[in-house]
Design a protein around this ligand. Structure first.
Ligand code: AMP
Ligand code: MG
Length: 292
C-alpha cells in the first residue's frame, strides 16, 4: 500500500486477479477492494467447469436430461453469450466444451481423429442451448453437450467487481484478470505487450489503449497450448472446423464491457483481421486489433 493507493489480489478462474485502487482514504479503498474480490471469488465458485459443485458443472451434468435452474447473473451471461455467438457467426461459442475435452486442453493435450472431431461438432452450437427466461432454466438440446465459459467468465467477473466498486463510490481503479482482461474505472493507459496485456506506460508495449470507464481484453493462441510432432496447438478452437486456431496469434478488443471484450477478443482470434470492420459495425463502441 502507498499513500492513497491500494493493491489487492486473489486467485480465481485459474488466474490471478488484481485490483489497484486510488483515492483519499486507504481504509475505504481496501474495504471496497476486498468486497470486489469476494464477488470475483463467488463467481469463480459458480462459473468454473473444474469445480464439481459449480453451477456450470451442474448444467453440464444434468441439462441434457432436463432444465436446470440457475441464478439470474449466470442466466443473463448465457443469454449474452448466445447473442454474441449469433453476432460472430458462431466463432464465439460457449458450447465448445466437447471439443475442449476432445483436444485434452484440461490435461496434457492430444490430437483427435477427424471422425472424433466430426461427431463432437454435431453437438456444438449455441442454439443447442435452450434458455427459458420465465423460470431461469437452462437445458441442452442433445446429450454429449457441455458449456465452457473460459472465454467470457473472467470478463463477467471483472464487470461484477467493477459494479461493486462503483456502488462503494470508487472513482479510480484498475481491475484485471490474469493480465488478459482489464477494466479501468476513470482514465488509464494500458499497453498490449508481446505476450500479455500490461498496465504500463512502458516503451516495450506493442500498442497502447486509453481506457476511460471501459475494458480491454487480449486473447492469444498460445496462452495455453501443447506440442505434438513439431506442431503447436493452442486452446482457442474454431467451432466451425473443430480445429485449434493457428492463422492468427493474438487479438485484442476494447470497449465498454469487460464481458463483451473478453468474448470478442476470442471471436476475433478465430475470425482474423478481415473481421475487424464487422466488429465495429456489429458492436457499437468496440475496436480491436490482430497480430501475427
Ligand atoms: P480466451 O483466453 O478469453 O480467448 O479464452 C480461451 C478459452 O475459451 C479456452 O481455454 C476455452 O476454455 C474457451 N474457448 C476456446 N475456443 C472457444 C470459442 N471458439 N468460443 C468460446 N470459447 C472458447
Ligand atoms: Mg476471451
Amino acid at each position: 500500500m502507498c499513500g492513497g493507493c491500494v493493491r489487492l489480489a486473489c486467485f480465481a478462474m485459474a488466474t490471478r486477479f488484481e485490483i489497484l485502487l486510488e483515492g483519499e482514504d486507504p481504509a475505504r479503498l481496501r474495504a471496497a477492494g476486498e468486497e470486489a474480490l469476494a464477488e470475483i471469488e463467488s463467481l469463480d465458485r459458480r462459473l468454473s467447469r473444474f469445480r464439481p459443485d459449480s453451477d456450470v458443472s451442474r448444467i453440464n451434468a444434468h441439462a441434457a436430461t432436463g432444465p436446470v435452474k440457475v441464478e439470474p447473473r449466470l442466466f443473463r451471461l448465457l443469454e449474452r453469450a448466445q447473442e454474441i455467438s449469433d453476432l460472430t457467426d458462431g466463432a464465439f461459442d460457449v458450447t465448445i466444451g466437447p471439443l475442449m475435452s476432445l483436444w485434452g486442453f484440461a490435461g496434457e493435450g492430444r490430437v483427435p481423429s477427424r471422425d472424433e472431431i466430426e461427431s463432437a461438432l454435431k453437438v456444438v452450437g449455441a442454439r443447442n442451448l435452450i434458455l427459458y427466461e420465465p423460470s431461469f432454466t437452462v437445458a441442452f438440446r442433445s446429450p454429449g453437450m457441455g458449456i465452457d465459459l473460459g472465454a467470457i467468465g473472467k470478463g463477467c467477473a471483472i464487470d461484477a467487481a467493477v459494479e461493486c466498486l462503483r456502488e462503494a463510490g470508487i472513482c479510480r481503479a484498475l481491475v484485471h484478470g490474469g493480465t488478459s482482461t482489464v477494466y479501468g474505472i476513470g482514465r488509464w493507459e494500458v499497453g498490449i505487450g508481446a505476450a500479455r496485456l500490461e498496465p504500463v506506460s512502458g516503451a516495450q508495449a506493442l500498442h497502447r489503449v486509453r481506457l476511460a470507464d471501459s475494458a480491454l481484453s487480449v486473447s492469444a493462441v498460445y496462452g495455453r497450448s501443447f506440442e505434438r510432432d513439431g506442431r503447436r496447438f493452442g486452446h482457442v478452437i474454431d467451432p466451425r472446423t473443430g480445429e485449434p486456431v493457428s492463422h492468427t496469434k493474438r487479438a485484442a478488443v476494447w470497449g465498454p464491457s469487460a464481458t463483451d471484450c473478453d468474448a470478442l477478443s476470442t471471436a476475433l482470434l478465430v475470425l482474423g483481421e478481415s473481421w475487424l470492420p464487422e466488429l465495429k459495425a456489429r458492436f457499437a463502441g468496440y475496436e480491436g486489433l490482430v497480430s501475427g
